[in-house]
Every structure is written in C-alpha cells, then in structure tokens.
Design a protein around this ligand. Structure first.
Ligand SMILES: NC(=O)C1=CN([C@@H]2O[C@H](COP(=O)(O)OP(=O)(O)OC[C@H]3O[C@@H](n4cnc5c(N)ncnc54)[C@H](OP(=O)(O)O)[C@@H]3O)[C@@H](O)[C@H]2O)C=CC1
Ligand SMILES: O=C(O)C1=N[C@H](C(=O)O)C[C@H](O)C1
Length: 275
C-alpha cells in the first residue's frame, strides 16, 4: 500500500493560546508534518515548540521570521499549509506572504476587514492558491448559525451578544460579524425602528453589521468565547447560545481545514462552506 506524503504545516503564532493547541493537534495527526513554528514573542525564541505546547520535544524551534519558514514549506514534495493564529495587526501581511510563496493559508486570526478579505481573495485567485479564512472553527458554532438562519425567516428583530476573555484584541468578534453577515444574506432588513432612539452614551446600542443587526461585545476574565443570538417578537424571545469551555473544540475544524485547503484554488470564507 502506498502512503501519501504528509502535508507540511507551518504554524504562525505557535506560542499563543490557539497556536499551542494547533501544535498538539498536528503532532497527533499522522498525515501532517510540522515544518516550522513562528512567533513574535521573544520569550520563546529558539525553544522547542513541542515543549512549549506541552506535548514533548518536536525538534522544531520557535523562530520569528515567517518568510524564511515559508521557504522551508515549499521544499517538501507536497505543497505546504500555513496556519495563522496571530493578531489582527499582522494577519493580512502574513496571508499575502504565504500566498506569494504558494503556501496555502488557513486563517483563524480575526479582525480582517471586508476590503482586506476581498483583496486576499483576488490575490489567491490570481495565484491559483487555496486559502481558508475561518472566523470560528467550532462545529457547534456552525450549527448555531444554521439554527439562526432558520429562525431569521420568522423573526424581524435580532441582536447578537458576544462574550470573550479580556485578552482579545478585536471587537466585535469575527464570529459575530460572520453570523450577522450570514443573517443578512437572506436579503431582509432587521430591527425596523418603532421609536426614534437617542444614545445618551455613545455605543450603548452596540455596533451595526450587515442588514441593521446590533452586536454587543463583552470582555471579562473568566470567559473564553461565547455568543448569543437573540430573536424577539411580540410576546416571545428565542435565544440561541454557544459556549466554549476549552480551545480543543476548535481542533477538528482546524485539521479539516488544513486537509481541505490543499484541494482549493481560491479563497473560501467560513467553515460552513467546507463541511
Ligand atoms: N477562528 C477561530 O476559531 C479562533 C480564532 N481565534 C483568533 O486567533 C487569534 C489568536 O488568538 P489567541 O491564540 O487567543 O492569541 P494569543 O495572543 O494567545 O496568541 C497569539 C500569538 O501570536 C503572536 N503574534 C502576534 N502577532 C504576530 C505576528 N505578526 N507574527 C508572529 N507572531 C505573532 C503573539 O505574540 P505576542 O504575545 O508577543 O503578541 C502570541 O504569541 C485572535 O485573532 C483570535 O481572535 C481564537 C480562537 C478561535
Ligand atoms: O479571540 C478568541 O478567543 C476568539 N476569537 C474568534 C472570534 O473573534 O470570533 C473565535 C472565537 O470566538 C474565539
């Protein structure tokens, strides 16, 4: 029996909360091979990423130069994949570099603007390189979004509350934006105004995304990642809620994305499109 060569994977943001989970998941997957670990945090430079992630030595040191590691990923028999869990400030440049090297990006980092996503989609198409931008890798969140889409056919009023740990850089969450975008795709405007509203404190009604959907962001220590989509109609409230209790919940989606992106030639935005 002939075995396919493993997919070479570079993890960017490897020493972070998500990066460490991804390293453990890759170390346990026979069809994937970790070829590089990148992180800008100087505390971990040169250290074995397996030791940092808590899965034992992997003989892969943490380095800070993404471009030189991308070169490594191009030297294997199979085209490589770059998984990015870094920061909204750097993700656009990371993804462009990765596509330029022909290394397919799987992007978990949130905070890309719609214009940046469009630009990356054009760049990936020109380069015939697959790219996945996935604001949330959890299967439960995809199910919540599907349930919300179903409910949106019957409710005119909806608002989203997203709750995260207070280390999160961007607001609102990429997941809440994606949820509002999905609800807006059915082409109806939500929350028709019954009274003339006045915000006495700016931001009290949250931010507006898509077809007039309010998003409210909460940041507290003790939270991980949570989202409520609340529909209202006279005499009733219908609430959908998803709670993350451990970041391992994202790993089946991350592994699926690494495998799927090798079959793509364009950019795809959202886990629901590859399940
Ligand atoms: N799609 C999904 O399902 C999920 C997405 N996320 C998103 O993933 C991103 C990372 O989250 P999380 O792991 O919690 O964050 P962390 O801050 O724990 O980890 C990020 C790591 O990346 C490093 N880093 C930041 N910028 C760069 C860069 N330009 N190049 C290399 N390394 C860099 C950070 O270093 P330093 O500490 O020095 O800044 C840090 O070590 C966020 O955008 C978050 O919203 C999170 C969970 C799930
Ligand atoms: O920062 C996080 O933690 C998360 N970020 C993503 C987002 O912005 O939606 C996904 C998940 O909510 C966790």
């Amino acid at each position: 029996m002939t075995m396919n060569a493993p997919i070479p994977v570079v993890v960017n943001g490897a020493a972070g909360k998500m990066g460490r989970e991804v390293i453990k998941a890759i170390a346990n997957a026979d069809d994937l091979m970790l070829v590089g670990a990148v992180d800008r945090n100087p505390e971990y430079r040169g250290e074995d990423i397996g030791e940092i992630a808590g899965c034992g030595a992997l003989e892969v040191p943490v380095l800070d130069d993404l471009q030189s590691i991308l070169v490594l990923a191009t030297q294997e028999k199979v085209q490589g994949v770059m998984v990015d869990f870094t920061h909204p400030d750097g993700v656009y440049d990371n993804v462009r570099s990765s596509i330029a090297y022909g290394v397919r990006p799987v992007v978990g980092t949130t905070g890309l603007t719609p214009e940046q996503i469009k630009d990356l989609a054009d760049f990936a198409e020109k380069a015939s390189t697959g790219c996945l931008i996935i604001p949330n890798f959890s299967i439960g969140m995809v199910l919540l979004q599907q349930a919300a889409l179903q409910a949106s056919q019957y409710f005119e009023h909806v608002e989203i509350i997203e709750l995260h740990h207070n280390q999160k850089a961007d607001a609102p969450s990429g997941t809440a934006i994606k949820t509002a975008e999905l609800l807006s795709e059915i082409g109806k405007a939500y929350n028709p105004q019954k009274v003339k509203e006045k915000e006495t404190i700016q931001g009290a009604r949250g931010g507006i995304v898509g077809e007039n959907i309010n998003i409210h962001s909460i940041r507290l220590p003790g939270l991980i990642a949570h989202q409520e989509v609340i529909f209202g109609a006279p005499g009733e409230i219908y609430t959908l809620r998803h709670d993350t209790s451990d970041r391992s919940c994202y790993m089946p989606g991350v592994l699926l994305s690494i495998r799927k992106v090798t079959q793509l030639k364009t950019l795809v935005y959202g886990l629901e499109k590859i399940l």
